[in-house]
Design a protein around this ligand. Structure first.
Ligand SMILES: [Fe+2]
Length: 647
């Protein structure tokens, strides 16, 4: 139980009523974001914790010293395998060598899975549907998570010994999966908040609600592991021809092109329950017996049609099923939030877990509930689970006070000027080194001229989104820029939107939003009178996947947008991750390879600037965009045009 509180029994969950009113640590989240990374020491000796995970998607690590992250690394950035589950050997080597430490300098190792609980859960799933559920033992039935995760501790110990040359290791502490997600609250701007975790599944739940106050979290509600709105979203994503456990954002974007044909029918798939939770109707699903091998029963296929093959054209039915999935997911999330708000005076909220990447639903929470402010970490998915497990252990288990607030995502590896120069030389590119002020003017003018700029600076970001240090940037005023970026630079679907990065002080001028969103986790409406001003940044539903940028969080990125604003009057840039169909680039070599293979015009690596394509780079392809006036894009028109004869 939290301090100063008592409990009252409501429905099937126990909720906390505080004697003191819940309040925010600061009156203004903008002011809160102007923080420092300096930990206010708890007075206890230095504690370093290694959070680490493998054998499931998003393998990686975090090093936490006295409650402050030193590194947060995803192995996919190094081994170039999206959502890899391999042992994070490159991350281990990079972090430990950069910090010049050994495993002896680590006090505890944490993992974001309670392995004993996970074993019990697996056994109960398999035991519950015998003999059909024996399929669950086949690796193909759960590709994203290997069976060997039940031996995670031993696997991690072996890997750490091998890659750090260590014999003795600190103890491994298994932290519950949702506890690990919820622990991001400790790095939030709020002293007190409602914390909602929703993901595919954890070791004992798929949705959980906590109340957080100071350095304590307490769970008050949860659903069963397989009763999962997140899993439904993932499996319908697969049904629509995309990759489950990774492409859910594509379906969220596609949904905006659909109509409400299937919404009523989808309301029978996931239903709200009287206790404020929800129930997945298993008449439609067989994933509890066959996992990813056969997630749907006949009833789902009869109701929503057959699966789309990955290279099959997208038709009205696909768009409308995506619409229904998104709409009902939003209804379920809003219902859960409203129910929790009835039982708590908290009006600030942290949203974590894979479902928290649904920036459209997050924006609706702000718009349609009494939540005052919402905070979603940049590593809301399992990319942040190792960090969360370390935070849980540091604050919840060891009892250390809080003193750190996460206001930027730049906890990856940086690369020296020498390594950048070496990579440019090896690629045979001509380049110039330019002082910062001059570089900002040069790059901003390039962007204003319609050029596409690869922007590589400092330490790379944690989490799935590029937020200004590994970004491809472009002019949002040119409507055709979106199609060009999708087709020629990113090589991805035409319906995918791009995020507008805006100076935090000017955000409200362009977007219907009253709070900062530094991590691109909300999709507020673009103000009506600005929709033509930043045409390439506006999705078909009139929203934008906003990123607010503060000078203190990233002075160089802020300076670039500010300079672009001086030239054009529009302090907004189009921002997309620096990659094409592979993980976001990490090293200068990755960035150069991506630049040369794509239609980018300019590459900026730290202080180094080039427009050289070298002997093998593809030609520039943006001349027509520089010349073309802004107008509605052809691909969007094609997507929004409904078929004459509906299926
Ligand atoms: Fe998760």
């Amino acid at each position: 139980m939290l301090p100063n509180g008592n409990f009252c029994e409501l429905d099937n969950a126990t909720y906390l009523v505080l004697h003191t009113p819940w309040r925010s640590r600061r009156d203004d989240l903008g002011a809160a974001s102007r923080r420092s990374d300096q930990v206010q020491r708890s007075g206890v000796g230095a504690v370093r914790i290694l959070g680490i995970v493998a054998k499931t998607h998003d393998s990686g690590l975090a090093l936490l010293k006295d409650g402050v992250p030193e590194f947060v690394l995803e192995e996919e950035r190094y081994n170039r395998i999206k959502k890899t589950n391999k042992f994070p050997k490159h991350s281990v080597r990079a972090a430990f060598s950069e910090l010049a430490i050994g495993i002896d300098d680590v006090d505890a190792i944490t993992t974001p899975w309670d392995i004993r609980q996970l074993r019990r859960t697996f056994l109960s799933i398999v035991g519950g549907r015998l003999p059909l559920s024996l399929t669950f033992l086949l690796p193909r039935s759960h590709v994203s998570q290997q069976n060997q995760i039940v031996l995670l501790n031993q696997y991690l110990q072996r890997g750490l010994r091998e890659h750090l040359g260590a014999r003795a290791l600190p103890p491994i502490v298994n932290v519950g999966h949702h506890n690990s997600h919820a622990a991001m609250f400790f790095a939030s701007p709020f002293d007190e908040a409602l914390v909602l975790v929703m993901d595919g599944y954890g070791d004992d739940s798929s949705s959980s609600a906590y109340f957080g106050r100071s350095n304590r979290l307490e769970r008050h509600w949860s659903t069963g592991v397989m009763n999962s709105a997140g899993l439904v979203y993932t499996f319908v994503t697969q049904h629509l021809g995309f990759a489950g456990f990774g492409d859910e954002g594509k379906v969220m974007a596609l949904a905006a092109f659909g109509e409400n044909t299937y919404v009523n029918r989808f309301r029978d798939v996931i239903k709200p329950t009287p206790d404020g939770g929800y129930a997945v109707n298993m008449d439609y699903f067989s994933y509890t017996a066959f996992g990813e091998l056969r997630p749907f029963k006949r009833k789902f296929l009869d109701t929503f049609g057959p699966a789309r093959l990955p290279d099959e054209p997208i038709n009205d039915r696909h768009r409308d099923v995506a619409f229904a999935l998104q709409a009902v997911t939003e209804e379920i999330v809003l219902g859960v939030v409203r129910s929790l708000l009835k039982k708590s005076p908290a009006r600030d909220m942290c949203m974590v877990g894979g479902v928290a990447l649904n920036c459209v639903a997050n924006a609706k929470i702000l718009e349609h509930t009494d939540v005052r402010r919402i905070w979603v970490p940049p590593c809301a998915s399992d990319t942040g689970a190792p960090l969360g497990s370390a935070l849980w252990h540091y604050h919840q288990t060891l009892g250390h006070a809080r003193g750190f607030e996460l206001t930027h995502p730049f906890y990856g590896q940086a690369f020296s000027d020498d390594s950048i120069r070496q990579a440019l030389d090896q690629a045979g590119l001509n380049y110039r080194r330019i002082p910062e002020a001059q570089m900002l003017r040069r790059a901003a003018q390039d962007l204003a001229d319609g050029k596409i700029v690869g922007w590589f600076q400092g330490r790379f970001e944690m989490g799935p989104r590029a937020l200004g240090n590994r970004s491809i940037l472009a002019d949002p005023r040119r409507a055709e820029m979106r199609d060009h970026l999708n087709a020629r630079v990113k090589q991805r679907e035409a319906f995918r939107p791009f995020a507008p990065a805006v100076l935090v002080e000017r955000a409200n001028e362009f977007f219907e939003i009253d709070q900062p969103d530094p991590f691109m986790t909300l999709a507020p409406r673009v103000r009506h009178d600005k929709q033509n001003v930043i045409a390439a940044a506006v999705h078909v539903d009139g929203t934008g996947r906003i990123q607010t940028v503060e000078r203190s969080a990233n002075p160089r990125y802020y300076g670039l947008i500010e300079e672009f604003g001086r030239i054009t009057g529009v302090p907004v840039l189009l921002n997309t991750s620096f990659n094409r169909k592979e993980p976001i680039v990490a090293s200068p070599e990755d960035a150069i390879a991506c630049y040369l293979a794509s239609g980018m015009d300019v590459l900026v690596l730290g202080d180094f600037y080039t427009t050289d394509r070298g002997p093998n780079g593809v030609a520039h392809e943006t001349e027509h965009i520089r010349a073309a006036p802004a107008r509605a894009s052809a691909s969007e028109a094609a997507l929004t045009a409904r078929a004459t004869v509906r299926p």
